[in-house]
Design a protein around this ligand. Structure first.
Ligand SMILES: [Zn+2]
Length: 440
């Protein structure tokens, strides 16, 4: 069966991708060294002025006040004005993030501080700070200094879609970053973010829907197929991450803020979280890849994620429903959503979201709504029509139905096929199909 996109609900399927090229240290370090050090100086000036204000009991300087003040500084004159401003903006971003964490009870957080003078700070070039023509990027510094010309690898600005359409990208932001290993500069990287425009999609066709529960992701499609993806490893990592944070917080709360021991713990915590985050990202990437491949194999047009936003908001605003809390604490939804979105677009599948309100308590077969039909986590038994199925697949089928027909008590119109089960395989480092019994 097919489905045409509803009118009125506009979603722009613009594809942004950041591509990275390494820059050889020999050639490029002498070029970027001075401006990167200048950026570090600007950062440190931000810190200095904020501290000064605090120590003198004065009002903190605002973003625009600092920008105005720094205009006459030597370091400011080494960068393009937008790049210099970006440093100040990043500083204030860091301050806001610090304040937010502090408000949330992360007492161990420190305000953004001074960086060693020799640190090579990332430089950002915004639209007016660079030009791009025929595979060559021209990065501007201040008016008095020469521009920097960087050749890009062939095909860096193009992207071929599955239907053969070749999209040409427009660069929207450029960054040069230093990669540090063991406190030493190990390399430089050029990050170019391309706007590939709106991906051409045929907005009529088959639909798939995903119910993101933990530890299962359930999928249903208008082809009648049903899949369960077991994400126990991902869940375990997320839970372990929470535990690590709690443990460090506990230990650090006994120490004097800023003491040597305290600093050592903070460094250890950052290190540990960085490694964990990398593994979590690896798994979410594998998951979203599998989702995209399942969609591609069925020639899906709309790939719909059950939207948890409502449920999350509810949990935040004091509804201390334990189940809801459990749910929100689990799979890294924002990360999965972002990866799902661009991976779908790359395959010319339209990513979308649909409310999953009530889908977990409504029978996808007959439309009867009754919480108690969810006998336990994994089992849905409808007393109205007698349907017995996996509760998460019932949820996914419910989201699919809501997306197609809106919330209604209509019966199931699709002919459902038996569920398939995927689970993570450590040996192959990817999800593999297993016998359905494995999901139990
Ligand atoms: Zn039923």
């Amino acid at each position: 069966m097919s489905w045409a996109k509803k009118k009125g609900k506009k979603r722009e399927n613009r594809l942004y991708l950041t591509r990275v090229v390494p820059l050889s240290l020999e050639t490029w370090l002498p070029v970027f060294d001075a401006p990167m050090l200048a950026a570090t100086k600007i950062w440190n000036s931000c810190v200095w002025h904020s501290r000064e204000a605090r120590e003198n009991g004065e009002k903190y300087p605002t973003e625009s006040e600092l920008k105005e003040k720094f205009k006459s500084y030597e370091s400011w004159k080494q960068l393009h004005s937008q790049s210099a401003q970006a440093v100040v903006e990043e500083y204030f971003e860091a301050v806001r993030s610090y304040a937010k964490h502090k408000d949330n009870g992360h007492e161990e957080m420190r305000p953004p501080g001074f960086k060693p003078k020799t640190t090579l700070r990332t430089i950002t070039w915004k639209r007016q700070g660079f030009e791009y023509r025929d595979g060559r990027l021209t990065l501007k510094l201040s008016r008095k200094l020469d521009d920097i010309e960087v050749p890009l690898p062939e095909g860096f600005d193009t992207l071929e879609l599955p239907d053969g359409t070749v999209l040409k990208g427009v660069p929207v932001e450029v960054k040069v970053k230093a990669v540090y290993r063991k406190n030493k500069v190990a390399g430089l990287e050029l990050h170019v973010t391309w706007d590939f425009g709106v991906v051409p999609l045929v907005l009529a066709g088959k639909v798939s829907a995903y119910d993101l529960n933990s530890p299962l992701v359930a999928r249903a499609s208008t082809e009648g197929t049903q899949q369960l993806i077991v994400c126990r490893e991902l869940l375990a990592l997320v839970q372990y991450r929470n535990k690590v944070i709690a443990e460090f917080q506990q230990k650090m709360s006994h120490l004097k803020e800023g003491s040597r021991k305290w600093k050592a713990l903070l460094a250890a915590k950052r290190d540990k979280l960085k490694k964990l985050d990398r593994r979590i990202k690896h798994l979410t990437n594998a998951l979203t890849k599998l989702m995209a491949e399942l969609d591609r194999a069925e020639d899906i047009t709309f790939s719909v994620l059950g939207d948890l936003t409502d449920i999350r908001r509810k949990a935040r605003t004091g509804d201390k429903n334990k189940k809801a809390n459990q749910k929100i604490n689990q799979l890294p939804y924002a990360q999965i959503e972002q990866q799902h979105s661009y991976k779908s677009l790359l395959r010319q599948v339209c990513p979308d979201k649909a409310s999953e309100k009530y889908s977990s308590q409504t029978c996808s077969h007959c439309g009867a709504r009754n919480k108690s039909y969810r006998v336990h986590r994994g089992l849905w038994r409808c007393n109205n029509c007698g349907a017995i199925m996996h509760a998460d697949l019932n949820g996914a089928n419910g989201i699919l139905k809501n997306y197609l027909f809106g919330r209604c008590d209509m019966g199931q119109v699709l002919k459902l096929k038996p569920p398939e089960v995927y689970r993570w395989d450590k040996r192959f480092n990817r999800f593999v199909k297993v016998s359905p019994r494995a999901a139990a």
